[in-house]
Design a protein around this ligand. Structure first.
Ligand SMILES: [Zn+2]
Length: 273
């Protein structure tokens, strides 16, 4: 019913546009916008145009992502997809130093329909050896997307960073069940139930969620959501942090399961530092 109504509306819209086109044919032709003009749309508007619906269940689920839109082809055709199962990682002889320089900032907690996401505005950076990446946003998955020797954690936090050339580094923090986590409690307090709710700003510092040491696994993979873009460096912190059973349940009640299954490793190197 609704679909038909939309179609009818669209049809009358196209009809009106065609009629105007016929009446003012010459003017319309000369004023026709040049091809590629949509590139000048604001970025958010372009993204909205390009995005197709996807999800974690049924016909919109992970095994169908590549069929939902030509933009999502890499989800199926890619050979360096994430997440993966971390199996027998290679101990690295070299050193990779991680230095987190995260600053407190006011943030809004958003529910984008796929996860709870917090965009980070303050200048907070991660140094990987001599390279610097700025923290853009963080979000959560239930259960964890990566597996360690075939085992999933109850949840996984993704801290998404980007450098000035657009290279993406995602730091994963595994969440295991135990004591309630005060940092998570602060965010959950403002967790919007729907995509239209917006939280009032709250003051947080991501540094507070980091585990006590930076031992990690690293490998080259992709975004774990459409369009599954590759070229992402993954840094999985080995030491999990605790959340309570109740905290996991609160997330599950609002978002539900939102983890892509593990993807073929295709002989990729996983290094342990
Ligand atoms: Zn993620």
């Amino acid at each position: 019913m609704i679909k038909n109504a939309v179609r009818a509306k669209r049809f009358s819209y196209y009809f009106a546009v065609s009629l105007i086109g016929l009446l003012f044919g010459t003017a319309a032709a000369t004023e026709k916008k040049p091809a590629g003009d949509q590139d000048k749309l604001p970025k958010a508007q372009q993204d909205a145009r390009l995005q197709s619906h996807w999800g974690y269940m049924g016909i919109e689920g992970p095994t169908h992502w590549a069929m939902l839109s030509p933009q999502y082809m890499t989800c199926e055709a890619g050979s360096k997809q994430s997440p993966i199962n971390i199996h027998a990682p290679r101990h690295s002889n070299t050193q990779e130093t991680l230095a987190f320089d995260y600053k407190p900032t006011p943030v809004h907690v958003a529910n984008n329909g796929h996860t709870i996401q917090v965009d980070y505005k303050s200048y907070s950076v991660l140094h990987v050896n001599d390279r610097t990446y700025r923290l853009r946003q963080f979000h959560f998955h239930d259960p964890s997307e990566h597996e360690i020797e075939g085992v999933r954690y109850p949840m996984e936090l993704h801290l998404v960073h980007q450098d000035s050339r657009g290279h993406i580094v995602v730091v994963s923090v595994f969440l295991e069940l135990g004591a309630a986590n005060p940092w998570i409690a602060k965010i959950w307090n403002w967790m919007p139930k729907t995509t239209t709710d917006v939280s009032t700003p709250l003051f947080i510092n991501v540094a507070e969620i980091l585990p006590s040491n930076t031992h990690h696994y690293t490998y080259k993979g992709s975004l774990t959501t459409p369009p599954c873009t590759e070229g992402v460096q993954w840094i999985l912190l080995e030491k999990p942090v605790q959340i309570s059973v109740d905290q996991q349940k609160r997330f599950a009640d609002i978002i539900g399961e939102n983890a892509r299954p593990v993807q073929p490793t295709h002989d990729r190197n996983v290094e342990e530092y």
